[in-house]
Design a protein around this ligand. Structure first.
Ligand SMILES: Nc1ncnc2c1ncn2[C@@H]1O[C@H](COP(=O)(O)OP(=O)(O)O)[C@@H](O)[C@H]1O
Ligand SMILES: [Mg+2]
Length: 256
């Protein structure tokens, strides 16, 4: 049993001369909702790109539940248990809401049927389709999206698209869920709702959440601990309240 579900060790990446992340050490305990904050350009999304295999680090490594998975492909990392949402929403716009979630379910062994079974439309194909649709509907219900299931993703208002993205990420059954500015563009009511939903899915799916967010009320409401990045390096870390009162952290935000 590992104390930490995620542990990064001296993680860093350079783009040409720019050190977008440098010596980043983050430790997240199982079932924590952990924050990653910092001014624009601090390197937050870059960390998500490193953790999901979009970028390979220039230095350092990271461990998921004690297993070093740095360097694996995006698909393998997702199979190992890291799923994410994107700062700029990425949905299949020309697919229905329920289909978007079903895409996330395709790798689940519970719904497996062979390519041939699918191609020949054998009974197992239909059974697995039906089971997947049911599971997708359950997931949509958590986000209050079940009534929207037959609409096209592109027709949903912004706040609902953000929630749909989380539902799709959840469908891959992650141990660690990375949320990149999940409350961006949401109104205060939606944000409050999202806060409850994040807590609910953490408990219900027994997972750990790492979230990037600029809404400090949202962060303080959800995260007991966080890491503050500035110019790619860790400026402060630990207890949320203490970190948010740190004069250097305040200066970094005002400066930015
Ligand atoms: N693929 C890339 N190529 C070059 N520069 C990049 C790339 N990705 C990120 N950066 C740079 O790294 C820095 C951190 O970006 P990012 O992680 O998106 O910041 P944040 O999410 O904290 O706002 C920025 O200066 C950005 O321009
Ligand atoms: Mg970002």
């Amino acid at each position: 049993m590992n104390d930490y579900i995620l542990e990064t060790k001296d993680l860093g990446i350079s783009f040409g001369g720019l050190k977008a992340a440098q010596n980043v050490n983050i430790k997240i305990k199982k079932n924590q909702i952990y924050g990653l904050i910092g001014p624009n350009g601090a390197g937050k999304t870059t960390i998500f790109n490193l953790l999901t295999g979009v970028y390979k680090p220039t230095t350092g490594t990271f461990f998921l539940d004690g297993e070093e998975i740095c360097g694996l492909s995006q698909e393998k990392i997702n199979h190992k248990g890291i799923a994410r949402t994107f700062q700029n929403i990425r949905l299949f716009n020309n697919m229905t809401v329920v289909r978007n979630v079903m895409v996330g379910l395709h790798n689940d062994p519970a719904f497996k049927c062979t390519v041939w079974e699918s191609f020949l439309r054998l009974p197992r194909h239909f059974k697995s389709e039906k089971a997947m649709r049911e599971r997708a509907k359950e997931l949509l219900k958590i986000f209050d999206l079940d009534d929207e299931r037959n609409n096209y993703a592109c027709n949903l208002p912004y706040g609902k698209q953000r929630k749909l993205e989380i539902a799709r990420a959840l469908a891959t059954n992650p141990k660690l869920l990375l949320l990149d500015e999940p409350a961006a563009g949401m109104n205060p009511h939606e944000t409050e709702d999202l806060e409850k939903t994040v807590r609910f899915i953490r408990d219900e799916f027994d997972l750990t959440v790492l979230l990037i967010e600029h809404d400090m009320k949202f962060v303080a409401g959800l995260c007991d601990e966080l890491t503050v990045l500035n110019f790619g390096t860790v400026l402060a870390e630990g207890d949320t309240r203490t970190a948010l009162q740190d004069p250097e952290v305040i200066r970094a935000y005002i400066g930015g």
